[in-house]
Ligand binder design. Structure first.
Ligand code: GAP
Length: 526
């Protein structure tokens, strides 16, 4: 039986800056994310995951691992060490080329990435063009032809051309290592320090992003090692170990999740850009010449993985790279519409045979595969999928956060986290703390908690308890009341609709399995 409660609600409109601030505050208040070492005032771009955050993060990681490893016969997972032989990073190019161009403001003493200042400048021009276009769309109504307007309206054309020309010149100068021109460009465009408004800039310098440390005691002669800046290299150096011991046949993939470290200079936007973060990467080894087919395949598969979560399609878009890294012959990002705009969430890269060849060269060991089908040995080409777990977490959290005004005038904050990823799946709530209701509730809890993360909660009025669970995204609340004693049924309350349904206790496990298990999500990938 359904009980219809006063659940007609409207979404309160919220501007994106406000949304972002609220998401950050909510993440802290409800045990998702804390600034690291907060009692010592924290550290920039380093965060700790609290009790609910750790569960959500684990569930996202599981969803990725199951989709990539468990659901593909030809993909296996590994767990390589964070420290790697220092030559790894020479071979991969990170020692020489993993740099950001930095510029300091002499007045504010603040440090910026020169490329980010220029990209922000270009983005503002694009936003101006978009504003003009939406004004015109309103003015002209149905007859409006956006493409034509973009190509012919002088103001819009001017904004877009200037944005493109700025980015092109920046890319060319960075490619050539002409840092003087990057500075000249910043000055020509009149770009000011976003904090102080000053245009008094230093020269642009390159800054390596790897964290170095020393291994071994000083007396023995210690050597410099790096904290890995990506997990991918742990896969490349193990390519033959896995291929041989797993009897893998090309095409096959090796997946890995784990921490990566980058000394990011522009440390803002919460967990979007961190100095210690987690990656989920998969390298797919293919026959040379077949890489573009697999590149397209993985672009499609990865977008499908995101969309299976059921967030609005408008959150995603592809951004194909025009300017490619020296080792790539194709690359695209899946961008997500974060509260601060569309930004990279995941990269899909066709990396050619660059990495394996470089490791052959630096190690002196052959990293080749004998392909029995064509009776030939070769260094496989690689298509990589690489996603930041923390970025994925932020994407889910910011899309899930909703403030709703209910019909009865009250308000609620709810996290509409995809049910299979929710940190707590079920809350079991005795209506009162007496009359034997807690005992029945605990029995139900004991049955369910073997399969699902559940919470027992008997404090405060039932409405308050529902709100508490809305705020951490618990999809279902089960309430035990006096009728339960007679009819062995409970009230199940659904987070998003707030509808309530009376259900026999013995049917609970079936309902939960249908709605909350990861397999429901994985089914959509088939
Ligand atoms: N192996 C390829 C690679 O590392 P990347 O584009 O530098 O490529 C891949 O990083 C993904 O890792 C990005 O799409 C992003 O989701 C995540 N990522 C990169 N830097 C990050 C940072 N500082 N903080 C959080 N996530 C980051």
């Amino acid at each position: 039986m359904f009980y219809q409660v006063s659940n007609l609600f409207t979404f309160a409109p919220m501007n994106q800056d406000d949304l972002f601030k609220k998401v950050i505050a909510h993440a802290k208040e409800y045990g998702f994310i804390f600034p690291s070492s907060e009692i010592y005032d924290g550290m920039a771009a380093i965060y700790d995951y609290g009790q609910n955050g750790a569960e959500l993060k684990k569930n996202i990681r599981d969803y990725w691992w199951k989709a990539m490893v468990q659901m593909h016969e030809n993909i296996v997972g590994i767990d390589a060490a964070i420290f790697m032989h220092p030559t790894t990073w020479k071979a991969s190019g990170h020692v020489d080329a993993f740099n950001d161009p930095l510029i300091d403001n002499k007045d504010s003493k603040k440090r910026y990435r020169a490329d980010v200042l220029l990209e922000d400048y270009a983005e503002k021009l694009r936003q101006k063009a978009d504003k003009e276009i939406s004004k015109a769309a309103k003015r002209f109504g149905e007859s409006f032809d956006e493409q034509m307007y973009r190509e012919t309206n002088p103001r819009v054309k001017g904004y877009l051309e200037e944005a493109n020309a700025t980015l092109q010149r920046m890319a060319q100068s960075l490619d050539k290592g002409d840092l003087e021109d990057v500075k000249a460009l910043i000055e020509e465009k009149g770009i000011a320090d976003p904090v102080s408004g000053s245009k008094n800039w230093t020269e642009v310098r390159q800054f390596n992003l790897m964290f170095g440390t020393r291994m071994g005691s000083v007396a023995e002669g210690s050597s410099e090692v790096y904290l890995r800046p990506e997990t991918a290299q742990g896969i490349f150096v193990n390519f033959l170990n896995v291929q041989k011991t797993g009897r893998m046949k090309v095409p096959f993939g090796i997946a890995q999740t784990g921490k990566a470290f980058r000394n990011e200079i522009v440390a803002r936007q919460f967990i979007f850009r961190m100095r210690e973060f987690e990656q989920m990467e998969m390298q797919f080894f293919v026959r040379p010449g077949e890489e573009m087919k697999w590149y397209e395949y993985w672009k499609e598969q990865r977008l499908k993985w995101h969309k299976a979560l059921g967030l609005d399609e408008k959150y995603y878009r592809f951004h194909d790279h025009e300017k490619l890294a020296h080792y790539a012959n194709a690359a695209a990002d899946i961008e997500f519409d974060f509260p601060f705009g569309f930004k990279e969430l995941e990269g899909i890269h066709s990396r050619t045979d660059y990495d394996l060849k470089r490791h052959e060269e630096y190690s002196g060991k052959k990293l080749q595969y004998f392909d029995p089908e064509i009776d030939e040995s070769y260094v496989p080409y690689v298509v990589e999928t690489s996603i930041g777990l923390d970025r994925m977490f932020l994407a889910i959290l910011s899309a899930a956060y909703k403030e709703e005004k209910l019909d009865d005038g009250s308000e609620r904050t709810v996290l509409q986290i995809p049910p299979a990823l929710a940190p707590v799946k079920v809350a079991v709530l005795p209506l009162l703390k007496k009359d034997g209701l807690p005992e029945i509730a605990r029995e139900i809890l004991a049955d369910l908690q073997m399969d699902f993360p559940c919470q027992y909660d008997e404090k405060d009025a039932i409405g308050k308890r529902y709100r508490r669970h809305d705020a951490i995204g618990t999809p279902l609340c089960i309430t035990v009341d006096h009728d339960t004693k007679n009819d062995q049924s409970v009230t199940v309350r659904f987070r998003d609709s707030m509808q309530q349904q009376r259900l026999p206790i013995k049917e609970l496990a079936g309902l939960l399995r249908k709605d909350l298990e990861m397999s429901t999500l994985l089914q959509k990938l088939k």
